[in-house]
Design a protein around this ligand. Structure first.
Ligand SMILES: [Zn+2]
Length: 342
């Protein structure tokens, strides 16, 4: 059995299992949700469950872990489960990879009554690959299930979406995430205060998996240092070039987390700005500086900084001429502008 189990998917898991038992499961599902929720593990859990042929399979639909099929899955050699992902060093799923699946689709299942194709993420399909997939989806083979993971980093073709059942995976609520973080950290014999858990969850923009990673990598402390270094730039104690040059050394969680941090800071500032409620800063690293900047600037500037950040993030995701150092300098300059206004 797949060990990475997340309670926030229980409801959807039950729904899909019921649909399957009633014979009304679509032949292609898009599992759509933001990053850091465990979509990949959930897709595996579903695939294992659907492929399980154990007589003792629990009514919950969870894979039995004992049957021939479950053993093959554990050994990662199941002939009826195929993965389609970007190859090493590529960001895209190419057309040849999608075409290669057609043999798999054409043949009969070898262990049970169905086969599963797990595409992760489907948003990585390049244009030709997406068209090839579209053709396969138009001619569904009765015993093949497509599980397409939509990480929402790019948009899936509407023609693909319209041929699939969209399964929306919502981010868990704060209390469920905090409960889970408490359990997971206790398992590793670590204890954190409620404030620390909340800070990590905030820093991870509500993603429990990322929050756990941050706690394990001391990311919350690193964010505190990072915001201090950005503060030095704003106060003129350091230069944007200096900030960019020493970034890796001072912020081990890396660029992606920096993007998330900034997004989270701006969300907090905007919420405060729109409501006047200072409680939004509770437990946030660098709260004093962020509140100071929020007070100095009008919403328009904060929104435009957030838009700029999202644009840069898209460039980074797409790998389009992305220069990390330039990006860091540019972002520091954007924050400086908040200091210069008024
Ligand atoms: Zn089984």
């Amino acid at each position: 059995m797949n060990n990475n189990y997340y309670p926030w998917f229980d409801h959807v898991f039950n729904q899909l299992n019921t649909a399957r038992a009633e014979g009304v499961l679509a032949h292609a599902l898009i599992l759509s949700g933001s990053e850091g929720m465990g979509k990949w593990d959930f897709a595996l859990q579903l695939a294992w469950s659907f492929l399980c042929v154990g007589e003792g399979k629990p009514a919950s639909g969870v894979a039995c872990g004992q049957c021939k099929s479950c053993k093959l899955n554990r050994a990662e050699t199941h002939p009826d489960l195929v993965f389609c992902q970007p190859e090493e060093k590529s960001r895209f799923i190419k057309v040849d990879q999608v075409r290669a699946i057609s043999d798999f689709v054409a043949r009969s299942p070898q262990t049970g009554s169905m086969k599963v194709i797990l595409m992760n993420p489907a948003t990585a399909l390049n244009g030709n690959a997406a068209n090839a997939l579209l053709k396969s989806l138009e001619e569904p083979a009765g015993n093949t299930l497509y599980l397409l993971i939509d990480d929402r980093k790019r948009t899936l073709l509407p023609t693909i979406r319209s041929r699939c059942q969209i399964v929306k995976l919502d981010q868990p609520g704060t209390s469920q995430s905090i409960d889970w973080l408490e359990k997971m950290t206790a398992k590793n014999a670590e204890t954190y205060s409620s404030a620390e858990l909340h800070a990590a969850l905030k820093m991870a923009c509500g993603s429990p998996l990322k929050a756990l990673k941050l706690l394990e990598s001391k990311g919350v402390e690193a964010e505190l240092k990072l915001i201090g270094r950005l503060g030095d730039v704003l106060k003129g104690k350091d230069s944007v070039v200096g900030f960019a040059e020493t970034f890796d050394k001072h912020f081990p969680p890396g660029l992606e987390q920096f993007l998330l941090c900034q997004n989270s800071w701006l969300e907090t500032m905007l919420r405060y700005k729109m409501t006047g409620d200072e409680q939004y800063f509770d437990g946030v690293n660098g709260a004093a500086m962020l509140k100071y900047l929020a007070d100095r600037n009008d919403q328009r500037l904060l929104f435009s900084l957030r838009d700029e950040l999202n644009r840069r993030r898209r460039d980074w995701v797409n790998g389009a001429n992305f220069n990390e150092k330039l990006f860091l300098e540019n972002m520091a300059i954007q924050w400086q502008k908040l200091m210069a206004s008024q």
